[in-house]
Write a protein that binds this ligand. Sequence first.
Ligand SMILES: CC[C@@H](C(=O)O)C(=O)SCCNC(=O)CCNC(=O)[C@H](O)C(C)(C)COP(=O)(O)OP(=O)(O)OC[C@H]1O[C@@H](n2cnc3c(N)ncnc32)[C@H](O)[C@@H]1OP(=O)(O)O
Ligand SMILES: [Co+2]
Length: 134
Amino acid sequence: MRKIEHIGIAVSDLEKSNELFHKLLGKKHFKTETVAGEGVETSFFQVGETKVELLQATRPDSPIAKYLERKSEGIHHIAFDVEDIYAEVERLKTEGFEILNETPKEGADNKLVVFLHPRSTNGVLVELCQEKYL
Ligand SMILES: CC[C@@H](C(=O)O)C(=O)SCCNC(=O)CCNC(=O)[C@H](O)C(C)(C)COP(=O)(O)OP(=O)(O)OC[C@H]1O[C@@H](n2cnc3c(N)ncnc32)[C@H](O)[C@@H]1OP(=O)(O)O
Ligand SMILES: [Co+2]
């Protein structure tokens, strides 16, 4: 794993949170993107080499809607940048981690993503991200 690619933050109102993070970070988000497969609308802020990803649910069965129901707004996941997501999934399986989707799926911002169950990672939802080549 090479660096923290982004920190995912669950929010209930993306527009309000975009304003809040604009004030906090002193810069605007550089993109918004809807990822239908995950039931989320996202916005991204660049912070040095990493990013903050704000996530709002677009449907009631979205992982973000479920998270907000059980908990509250806040840090939802940490995403690590990997060079070869397939090799990393094999390595982590061998190490005994619980992979939620062994086949990488489409993420936001031109990425392939895989999630690890928080019960195998000290209660932290971990995302692996590999840049898709165009
Ligand atoms: C925009 C695309 C992509 C990107 O490119 O960056 C994204 O970031 S998408 C982000 C949204 N998508 C996901 O989160 C996909 C992976 N998540 C899941 O598959 C599920 O959310 C889950 C982690 C398997 C949990 O689902 P489920 O079992 O249905 O939820 P429960 O509400 O029943 O909770 C079970 C258990 O897990 C704990 N939990 C749930 N979410 C988290 C979390 N984000 N961080 C830490 N712990 C979490 C929850 O508290 C329950 O624990 P116990 O009460 O101890 O059983
Ligand atoms: Co993410």
